[in-house]
Design a protein around this ligand. Sequence first.
Ligand code: ADP
Ligand code: MG
Length: 240
Amino acid sequence: MIKLENLHKNFGKLEVLKGISTNIQDGEVVAIIGPSGSGKSTLLRCINLLEVPTDGRIMINGQDITDKGTNIMKVRQDVGMVFQHFHLFPHKTVLQNLTYAPMKVKGVSKSEAEKTGLELLEKVGLSAKAYEYPNRLSGGQKQRVAIARALAMNPDVMLFDEPTSALDPEMVKEVLDVMKNLAHTGMTMAIVTHEMGFAREVADRVLFLDGGVLVEDSSPKEFFSKPKSERARDFLQKML
Ligand code: ADP
Ligand code: MG
């Protein structure tokens, strides 16, 4: 479903991604792991064109999104993204956060968007908060709204950039549970995370990035029990 071919990204002279190649299959859940500054966020941001790759190709469903003729808005409709700091619209209610883009970008009717929005809120356990404003929610609730909002666009794939890193410890589980349920529905997911237990349990595959290089691309079982590289062994020792 997603094919990365020799993906490079530079910021000026800084080479952040140094030729990443891998595939993500339809329905696959991939955990992206690595030290701070290794290029994990940049990689995700390239997949929905928040960053323009310097070189290489990204194919989504057979379409080269790095091609000049690509409709960036269409790519972003099909690729949902969830950020560490939620990025909810503060002046809209929870339900309005969910209905805004489907109505504005996809031309969905208000009643249809609200129906879908309320269904999604039920799925993430937040039906009772539909008419609240984001500042009345806990961090875990905000992140569940952000996930529901991304799903409201009916994306083909969901990208998560450290979705639980900004949360108090007691709220991490409620967000990971929503993500786990989503994984079980067959959603294609790429998740940058430091939650090793979650990666081990939920991911089909682990990508280990270090210094802009894809150092390991393996099953969680292999990665966590016998990492091939010294760098991954070092990293895991610090994490676990
Ligand atoms: P990670 O998510 O693994 O911590 P990032 O992808 O955020 O890593 O960053 C990788 C490197 O790229 C870092 O050195 C960071 O400072 C740099 N970088 C990221 N975004 C930009 C940017 N917009 N401009 C310049 N440098 C950037
Ligand atoms: Mg990052």
